[in-house]
Design a binder for this molecule. Structure first.
Ligand SMILES: [Mg+2]
Ligand SMILES: [Zn+2]
Length: 239
């Protein structure tokens, strides 16, 4: 019962940008603008899937998409913190809980040579077709049973339910004496409701998560605000 779990949101938390938006900002800003306009009428994961198909139809290659991901900002302090933490304490479980997708996250972590440090990447599905189209789909199949979240998670995934099933598969909350959650977005609030008094939420400032925490409260865990990745490193260095 001395194990620790550190869970990371990916966009603007583990990384310094938003993958879904970044790819289009690099490769096709007109589609980026269209996504901003369509966001309120099409579920976000479905919208990304639609725009990726259009990008492929326009002739953008797999290599161009991978290159866009590789140049996305990623803080060296975050990479250093994860390498040092896992080296010092191989028993720590590192998990990603993200509304991005498998291909985006794996491509970036592989490029940074830190993919092997993670025990699980829980996110939307994605795979390359033989012709180089990235097929993205919701983690929760829209044609199957839906998640029952009432905290406001998008239909593609409830981060609270996903965290709960990950922990259950590891033997339940008692298997961890401390759980940390590093996040920034409004959808990172739901999983925080599952944390206990000995756990810590690392909420990025100024981002929507901290606003939800301040407005809705109701958390048992302690909350630490951070701005730069170097501050997360300071905290992880003490584990
Ligand atoms: Mg985020
Ligand atoms: Zn939820």
């Amino acid at each position: 019962m001395s194990r620790k779990l550190v869970t990371f949101d990916f966009d603007w938390s583990l990384s310094e940008q938003d993958t879904d938006r970044w790819v289009f900002e690099v490769l096709d800003p007109i589609k980026r603008r269209q996504m901003k306009s369509l966001k309120s009428s099409i579920q976000w994961t479905d919208l990304v899937a639609l725009k990726m198909k259009e990008l492929h139809d326009d002739g953008k290659s797999r290599e161009e998409i991978e290159n866009a991901l590789k140049v996305m900002p990623f803080h060296p302090a975050m990479k250093r913190a994860l390498e040092n933490l896992k080296h010092r304490n191989p028993d720590v479980d590192l998990v990603i809980l993200s509304n991005s997708n498998e291909v985006y996250i794996r491509t970036i972590l592989q490029d940074k040579k830190i993919l092997h440090l993670f025990d699980a990447i829980i996110t939307n599905k994605a795979e390359w077709s033989s012709s180089g189209c990235l097929n993205v789909s919701r983690r929760v199949d829209p044609n199957g049973p839906q998640h029952g979240c009432s905290v406001g998670c998008s239909p593609n995934m409830c981060k609270g339910e996903e965290l709960e099933s990950y922990v259950a598969a590891k033997g339940g909350w008692d298997a961890y004496n401390q759980v940390f959650y590093v996040g920034d977005g409004g959808n990172d609030y739901c999983p925080l409701l599952h944390l206990r008094s000995q756990d810590t939420a690392l909420a990025r400032y100024p981002r929507p998560l901290i606003n939800r925490i301040e407005k809705e409260g109701n958390l048992k865990c302690s909350v630490v605000k951070w701005v730069g990745a170097w501050e997360v490193e300071e905290i992880l260095d003490k584990l």
